[in-house]
Ligand binder design. Structure first.
Ligand code: SF4
Length: 182
């Protein structure tokens, strides 16, 4: 069972559209599953014991190499993650996040997210197969220059472009358009 912490079989099927992330690193929730079972922590001796356990589990997740993918998996599989800390989220956090996802993407949000992931992987594959040409890069640069106010965090330059830089960019573009630098 991909996301199981105990390794035991379960009858609850996982949503295969968002698979549990693969990692060659040891995952804290696999090596120390009890750390993440915060609902099992007794508060008889210390009323803040569960709160402390939650903080500890969240810290362990925050250094995990697959935390983002794990969160998507945990949100897409509520029946497999009814308790405990998953990807630094508690049961209450996950319930809130699922409501937000339904409001933003609809009831079948795992399908929407899976499709977005598929397209992203396809784009990355395309870029790997065909790196951008000089012409592509020149167009991308000019496109950025033509946007008068670039919203954060997409503003890569602190200084406005100089006339010399703009002229150099135009020369590159001209070469690219005539096919001499493609
Ligand atoms: S983010 Fe936390 S729950 Fe998810 S795989 Fe990593 S250690 Fe486990």
């Amino acid at each position: 069972m991909p996301g199981s912490r105990t390794g035991t079989a379960t009858l609850v099927p996982a949503d295969t559209r968002i698979p549990f992330p693969i990692s060659d690193q040891p995952l804290a929730c696999r090596t120390k599953p009890a750390l993440f079972a915060i609902e099992d922590v007794s508060t008889a001796d210390d009323p803040r014991a569960r709160e402390k356990a939650t903080t500890e589990a969240k810290q362990a997740c925050s250094g995990c190499p697959v935390v983002t993918e794990c969160l998507k998996w945990a949100l897409a599989n509520p029946d497999l993650t009814p308790t405990g800390v998953w990807a630094a989220s508690t049961k209450r956090d996950r319930t809130r996040l699922r409501k937000q996802l339904v409001a933003r993407l609809g009831a079948d949000w795992p399908g929407v997210v899976a499709e977005q992931e598929r397209r992203r992987r396809e784009r990355e594959r395309t870029v790997r197969v065909a790196p951008p040409t000089v012409r592509d890069r020149a167009f991308a640069r000019l496109e950025l220059e033509l946007v008068p106010t670039r919203p954060e965090p997409y503003n890569p330059w602190k200084q406005p472009i100089t006339p010399q830089q703009a002229a150099a960019n135009r020369r590159v573009l001209e070469l690219a358009l005539t096919g001499k630098a493609a």
